[in-house]
Design a protein around this ligand. Structure first.
Ligand code: MG
Ligand code: ZN
Length: 220
């Protein structure tokens, strides 16, 4: 009998928008767009691209950026009930995010414990923001992910776990490919269909609760 363990993305999944994109649109000089395009066309890795984008931002912007994100980011419907649901059902739940500690942690601090959050860290001590990568790729991944979701999944789950990934984007694809089941929206949904991964589309976290209840019956 396998036990459900949930690995959940943050940007575009728990929050409705992508917070890195929102920060760059608001605060970065126009060069950030070219870097973003280079990431999307896979000319440079996610780690390189995201690091470069943040290095365009002076560190003294930190309070402005944090205030902006905390006042504009929206949490997807049903997330709060979802957190209560996983607690009640005793389902291990982790947030695995390519986002930064300074917005991921405060946005959900009233709901989840910090020790279930895996994300990147921003260092504001220099002239420009420097990103630290505490969860970079292990020896089995050569993707230069930045925050390597497959490496984290390998570290925190075992063969006994029924790994469920929740996500929205191409940055979740590698994690989705090592999952037993995927809840997907947006680009990740297209990719799940393309790669034939077992999945369900979702719009709100209420949708996920409903399907998890069904999944429980089949997985036990
Ligand atoms: Mg995302
Ligand atoms: Zn990786």
């Amino acid at each position: 009998m396998k036990k459900v363990t949930i690995i959940c993305d943050f940007d575009g999944t728990i929050t409705k928008q992508d917070n890195i994109v929102a920060i760059m649109k608001k605060f970065a000089p126009p060069e950030w767009e070219k870097i973003k395009d280079d990431v999307l066309s896979e000319k440079i890795s996610i780690r390189q691209g995201v690091g470069k984008m943040f290095s365009l931002l002076p560190s003294h912007y930190n309070y402005k950026i944090i205030e902006y994100i905390l006042s504009t980011a929206e949490i997807r419907e049903g997330f709060e009930q979802f957190v209560q649901y996983v607690k009640r059902e005793n389902i291990p739940f982790y947030i695995v995010s390519g986002g930064m500690d300074f917005f991921v942690k405060p946005l959900v601090k009233h709901l989840v414990n910090e020790n279930v959050i895996f994300c990147n860290e921003a260092d504001f001590s220099g002239d420009f923001i420097e990103i630290k990568w505490p969860y970079s790729c292990d020896e089995n991944c050569s993707n230069d992910c930045g925050c390597c979701k497959p490496s984290i999944i390998r570290k925190i789950t075992t063969k006994e776990d029924y790994v469920v990934v929740i996500g929205d984007s191409i940055t979740d694809l590698k994690a989705a490919q090592c999952a037993d089941f995927v809840f997907a929206r947006d680009l990740l949904l297209e990719k799940c269909m393309e790669y034939n991964l077992p999945h369900q589309p979702f719009d709100t976290f209420d949708d996920i609760i409903q399907h998890l209840n069904q999944l429980k019956e089949v997985s036990v």
